[in-house]
Design a binder for this molecule. Structure first.
Ligand code: NAP
Length: 461
């Protein structure tokens, strides 16, 4: 492993900065510091942790422009979207600063001559591994509840986007959070992952990323029986029923599908549209998609930035080619701007019609700005299609009929449901998936639970 990691701008190919990578030995040392710091951090008062988190939140908001510019440079997303990510991410810190004060225990009626008291305490040092698609918010969504609960925290960000992690840590230290309580380590994912999972001092792994890597982490954590939170891949269906408000459905589909160039785990991946409205929906969606401006996210008016790297680009292109070879029709897009020398890859927002289940795009997460449309005639057929995947993160549907809406929502096997809403993620809500999309929830009152142990004391009188 080279000593330095150079981070490149995916929109221009320019090197942004080179930063040191840590060896396995250095990661072990970071774990030891985390373990030592846990002894004192876990004993601080909830009020003290809350006020440090609150200060961190305020500093992030104060520095939102520079943090957003950094996100756009290392990840590629348009600047305004990056500002949105910073504020969204900071919202978790504000939320969990408050939740720190509400870690309640309880007393339970016991047998005569006894008292039962239940308390909650921090699980211990936590190791986090995060992806590149939200270089800022995927960190705060984990660090904030961990610190609020009294855990110490080590983060290994994605190699494509480590600079946001450093920037967040610098502001945390400025806020007064001790350096050993929140640490960043940079290096090879598999190597650092192995150091984390094999260490008995790490009591919890929290991971956001692909399902195959999540499975490796779960297997490797078995020997030390760690707590696990897994935010994994998605393959979101979006159902547009015959009685949907079509303009609303198109607007929300645009937001769900093309945000971050289609590179979010909750992006609509399969549009399942009632046959009676498919032509009108497809026409409106294609017209809107064709208006999106593709380019460098720091330029004014750009809506869709580059895709993160060649691996991501190749997957998107192969899914489009596979669909077209099997009979799909390109309504808009289907073109690319590929510069292998610079490492810059742009995909024009694409809408595909006449898609069917023989095509790879109906079975694999795309992580790109491609909207494939399949049709249905009966709502049970649409629900079956929506559930026909090992994933269960987010699902969307559009209907104005409340009976039908309740029916659909109760039959979808997904952790997050957007009914007439393409952007359901919110700090107050429990975000997370079913099936192979993960274990645990982030955000909401549920978000602090995975960082707490339950202890009960039986007192004999
Ligand atoms: P990825 O390849 O799984 O990488 C995610 C992180 O895991 C990176 O930090 C990576 O490090 C690290 N990693 C890679 N191999 C590892 C290993 N063997 N052991 C331990 N760590 C390892 O995923 P990605 O392509 O960056 O991100 C996209 C995926 O994340 C998609 O599937 C998406 O759906 C999912 N995602 C889910 C959520 C959610 O909340 N459910 C949110 C966002 C994204 P390096 O970068 O150093 O390789």
């Amino acid at each position: 492993m080279p000593e330095q990691l150079t981070v490149y701008n995916p929109a221009t190919g320019e090197a942004i900065e080179s930063i040191p990578q840590q060896t396995a030995q250095e990661v072990e040392e970071a774990i030891e510091r985390s373990h030592q710091a846990f002894q004192s951090w876990s004993k601080t008062s909830a009020g003290e942790r809350a006020s440090l988190l609150r200060k961190w939140y305020e500093l992030i908001v104060e520095h939102k422009e520079e943090l957003a510019e950094l996100i756009t440079k290392e990840n590629g997303k348009p600047y305004q979207e990056a500002v949105g990510e910073v504020l969204y991410g900071a919202g978790y810190i504000e939320w969990f600063a408050e939740e720190a004060k509400r870690i309640y225990g309880r007393t339970v009626p016991a047998a005569a001559g006894k008292r039962i008291v239940v308390t909650r305490q921090a699980v211990g040092p936590v190791a986090a591994i995060t992806p590149w698609n939200f270089p800022n918010a995927m960190i705060t969504r984990k660090a904030a509840p961990a610190l609020a609960a009294g855990c110490t925290f080590i983060i290994k960000p994605a190699e494509d986007t480590p600079l946001s992690a450093y920037a967040l840590a610098r502001l945390a230290y400025e806020a007064g959070i001790p350096k050993d309580v929140l640490q960043v380590v940079i290096g090879d994912g598999a190597e650092i992952g192995n150091v984390f999972t094999s260490s008995p001092k790490i009591r919890k792994i929290t991971f956001t990323g692909s399902t195959p890597v999540g499975k490796i982490l779960m297997k490797n954590s078995a020997d030390t029986v760690k707590h696990m939170s897994m935010e994994l891949g998605g393959h979101a269906p979006l159902i547009v029923d015959e009685d949907a408000d079509l303009d609303l459905a198109v607007k929300q589909t645009m937001a769900s599908k093309f945000r971050n160039a289609g590179q979010t785990c909750v992006c609509a991946n399969r549009l399942i549209v009632h046959e009676s409205i498919k032509d009108e929906f497809a026409k409106k969606l294609s017209e809107e998609a064709a208006k999106l401006k593709v380019g460098n996210g720091l330029e004014e008016g750009v809506n869709v930035g580059p895709v993160i790297n060649k691996k991501g680009f190749d997957k998107i292109v192969s899914q489009i080619n596979d669909a077209v070879e099997k009979g799909a029709k390109v309504l808009t897009g289907g073109t690319y701007d590929q510069n292998d020398e610079k490492g810059c890859y742009f995909v024009t927002p694409t809408v595909l019609a006449d898609v069917d289940t023989s095509m790879n795009i109906m079975h694999e997460e795309t992580f790109g700005p491609v909207a494939p449309i399949v049709t249905f005639s009966d709502i049970d057929e649409a629900i079956k299609l929506a559930n026909d995947t090992p994933f269960g993160l987010a699902a969307y549907f559009f209907t104005e009929n409340y009976r039908r809406g309740i029916y659909i929502s109760e039959h979808l096997e997904y952790g997050i449901i957007g009914w007439n809403d393409g952007g359901p993620s919110a700090v107050q809500a429990p975000f997370g998936g079913m099936k192979e999309s993960g274990i645990g929830r982030e955000g909401g009152t549920e978000g602090i639970e995975p960082y707490l142990e339950t202890k009960y004391m039986s007192i004999g009188l």
